[in-house]
Design a protein around this ligand. Structure first.
Ligand code: ATP
Ligand code: MG
Length: 260
């Protein structure tokens, strides 16, 4: 059985990709067979895992438009961690998916027969067909929220999209909860946003992801925070991963060991 988690927020730059990447890396570190799926034409997740694409690379585009199973496009990135890559060739996918049959269901169809235990999908900062496909394919979704003014902007639109997904395609889609990112726990803004989050959404994760310079450095070096030691923000993601597995009832699946 595969459990699929979409990482979504209409807002840009809130830590979606960093969260998708590090949750996937933390699941893999726990020994779970994990697949990270990049459905963002920016291809940031793909690049940060050091996967280069060229015109011959099979990508999520071939899953969405050429009926390729995700299984065929997944490439190994770390022990227990595969990635289904994306690049700029996905840039016109929103338009293309609106014009083909079953355009909302194509990612879900591509997931059949996956050997992975956990799938994490990184969504683009928009509520178009790509995010819609991710939500249709997912069992649950998690929303990164940045510690900044207007942090909750766009949540109502995301929820409207989720309601549409539930109504027509995926009635069991579960809201896992919001997670505070780019947190500076000692500052007034971080505390205010976190309090507001907890008041508004009881599902808010207890773990907050701290802002750190290292997060930017590893992205630049095509590493993850879990590849380096010691790392405060990397440990935040390990704790968040355990919280996510607990909520999904998968805590027992992870063997708790560190890989490598
Ligand atoms: N905990 C952190 N500490 C410091 N910088 C971070 C942290 N998390 C993310 N960043 C940086 O913030 C920027 C935005 O993060 P990220 O790419 O994960 O956001 P995103 O929501 O996926 O963006 P987009 O909407 O463009 O896809 C990146 O430069 C990333 O390196
Ligand atoms: Mg991103």
């Amino acid at each position: 059985m595969t459990v699929t988690i979409a990482i979504a927020n209409a807002k840009g730059g809130v830590g979606k990709t960093t969260t998708a990447l590090h949750l996937a890396a933390a699941f893999a570190e726990r020994g779970l067979a994990t697949l990270a799926v990049d459905v963002d034409p920016q291809g940031t997740l793909t690049q940060q895992l050091g996967i280069a694409t060229d015109h011959e690379t099979l990508t999520v585009r071939e899953v969405l438009f050429d009926n390729r199973p995700l299984r065929d496009v997944a490439v190994p990135a770390r022990p227990h961690l595969d990635v289904a890559p994306a690049d700029l060739r996905l840039a016109d996918a929103d338009l293309g998916l609106a014009q083909v049959g079953g355009g909302d269901l194509r990612l879900r169809k591509g997931m059949r027969g996956l050997p992975h235990e956990v799938v994490v999908i990184d969504c683009p900062p928009a509520l178009g067909k790509l995010t819609f496909n991710a939500l249709v394919a997912a069992d649950a979704y998690l929303v990164p929220i940045d510690s900044a003014a207007f942090a909750l902007m766009g949540m109502d639109m995301l929820f409207r999209t989720v309601e549409e997904v539930r109504e027509y395609f995926n009635p069991d889609l579960r809201f896992l909860g919001p997670v505070l990112t780019l947190a500076e726990p000692r500052t007034v803004v971080t505390r205010a946003v976190y309090d507001q989050l907890r008041r508004t959404y009881p599902e808010t994760f207890a773990t907050m992801i701290r802002r750190s310079q290292k997060a930017k450095e590893v992205a630049f070096a095509q590493e993850t925070l879990l590849d380096i030691e010691p790392t405060t923000t990397g440990d935040d993601y390990r704790t968040l991963a355990d919280e996510v597995l607990g909520r999904l009832g998968l805590g027992a699946l992870a063997d708790g060991t560190r890989v490598g």
